[in-house]
Write a protein that binds this ligand. Sequence first.
Ligand code: GLV
Ligand code: GLV
Length: 327
Amino acid sequence: MPSFLFTAPLPGPAEDMLRQAGDVEIGNGFTAEDLKEAAHSGRYDVLITQLSDKVTADVLNGSKLKGVANFGVGFNNIDVEAATANGIFVGNTPDVLSDASANIAMLLLLAAARRAHEGEELVRSGQFKGLTPELLLGADITGTRLGIAGLGRIGKAMARRALGFGLEVVFVQRPPRDRPVNDDELGDLAGRIKQVSWDELLETSDHISLHVPLTPDTTHLIGAEELGRMKSTAVLVNTARGPVIDEAALVTALREGTIAAAGLDVYENEPALAPGLADLPNTFLLPHIGSAEFGTRARMGEMCAENAIAMAKGEVPPYPVNPEAAR
Ligand code: GLV
Ligand code: GLV
């Protein structure tokens, strides 16, 4: 009987699916030590992990695991190279969360631009004294230019939403470097959005939304220099990964008015925030809930279970990160 360990309970049918396929244990809150112990114990074929589990080479090297099924599309918490070297499959949950994540990106853009957080506080605190012509004026949205940094599945879903709100959309497929994207790849977006250079995106966008994976070359993609090149009226949105922004530099930029506002769902040292970030009125801050729609999370769990079942049999999972791990 294959054996599965969840590092945390998952929503949806994942647990039932795996109980039908083998033995299931469910933990909650694993330290690096716990993970290593579990991986090396020989008791589990597959770990079902999440972003907060750091699946390092130390966890993987010499372990008895057949696979790691990560609950999420991002897998920067896993040393994939070490997994492959050990013949351990890694699986993720792409596509299903693209719309949900783009919904949160749009929400953050609108909320940060239109000062939703300040407005909410005003109402809840009883300070709202009625409509006045100059109350809480915010940034323009419709008719402005949105720069999409990272045109993968989520970036494309964000582009569709922005077009629906009447924004002009420009993009860099994969900053800081880029490669040309042809109409085939753009699909329904061909002719409706425009590829520009990273310099042009930074300097001419009215607002910028980040949709890159976290890699060495996207770490601190947005630092003091990039913030300084953005418009002072710009709203910056991050639903990707916290370390894509130098968060301390962002706090300074927001405090000094280098840019107008930021909407964030992810943080550089999650769940910790850079000092001062939470005190700034021109931020709209969410707790990494990009994919947290009921149906999306259920489907993510299902995909994790499908990955786990295949990996336990020594098969390439349906949503593989490293199919080359096959021995
Ligand atoms: C969430 O951040 C994910 O990668 O799915
Ligand atoms: C992730 O799914 C992406 O490609 O944006």
